[in-house]
Design a protein around this ligand. Structure first.
Ligand code: SAM
Length: 249
């Protein structure tokens, strides 16, 4: 399954009330949205028809999140579905995650693009290939190590792999304290020492099985209830529907 197909399935299954996209380029992923949307890119050049209620921001994601009330376009400052596909360097993508997480509920879903490079060249920090993942795969390693509360997993999409984070916590302090140490670990000269398990996609979830899970529609129902959703309800839902087992959580 192509990575945009996975994103399209998640839009359809989750029917998010709000969608945040970091990294727009020509707008191909943006065309999948049918909901209130904020999309950020300092150099967007949208060439396709877009069919959503859109605030298109010409700024870097850091500039955007430094604004007062950046998500004023949404009815509530909450992101139901996010797609992180901006600057493909691990320190930027980690910051994007930290900033997005502040605007989530436990029922929000965060998707990262280009998280499973196919070659060491594709993962270089200094771009040398046409398709480029950069070293953003390191963000998933950092989340799996330092945020065991998250359900964070890779998905075997084509051509590059995708990652999904579930049960985010807008109040979690953990990564802010560790950010400088993580950047020191992650930012190293090329060539990157990409782990074999990343290149071989060990433990990456089959996207067909992922989208066939009944968890997504149940998650949308839970999210849409008026009472605020809590993390233990979401985790129970994922266990009951078999999603936790499928993603190796
Ligand atoms: C891979 S493209 C996005 C593709 C698009 N999401 C899609 O799938 O159709 C990455 C985009 O990130 C943008 N970008 C680079 N640095 C950024 C930053 N700091 N904040 C937000 N976007 C950034 C680039 O201008 C580029 O258009």
């Amino acid at each position: 399954m192509l990575r945009h197909e996975l994103l399209g399935h998640l839009h359809r299954l989750l029917e998010p009330r709000s969608y945040l996209e970091i990294g727009v380029s020509d707008g191909r992923s943006l065309t999948l949205s049918r909901t209130q949307t904020v999309a950020i890119d300092p150099a967007f050049k949208v060439t396709s028809e877009v069919q959503c209620d859109l605030h298109l921001v010409r700024a870097t994601s850091d500039e955007f999140f430094a604004r007062t009330n950046p998500l004023a376009h949404f009815r509530r400052p909450v992101v139901d579905l996010a797609f992180i596909d901006g600057m493909h360097l691990s320190e930027y993508t980690l910051r994007d995650f930290m900033n997005v997480e502040r605007y989530t509920t436990p029922a929000s879903v965060i998707v990262f693009d280009d998280m499973l490079p196919r070659t060491v060249d594709e993962a270089a920090r200094d771009r040398i290939t046409k398709m480029w993942t950069g070293d953003v795969y390191k963000v998933m390693q950092a989340l799996q190590k330092h945020r065991p509360d998250l359900l964070a997993f890779n998905v075997d999409t084509q051509p590059t792999g995708t990652s999904v984070v579930l049960v985010p916590d807008a109040t979690a302090p953990g990564l802010t304290e560790k950010y400088d140490d993580l950047v020191e670990e992650m930012v190293v000269d090329d060539p990157q020492d990409v782990p074999t398990e990343v290149l071989e996609r060990k433990h990456a979830v089959d996207p067909e099985k992922l989208v066939a899970s009944p968890a997504w529609e149940r998650l949308a129902q839970l999210r849409n209830r008026l009472r605020p959703t809590n993390a233990s309800q979401v985790r129970s839902l994922f266990r009951a529907t078999g999603l936790t087992e499928l993603v190796g959580g």
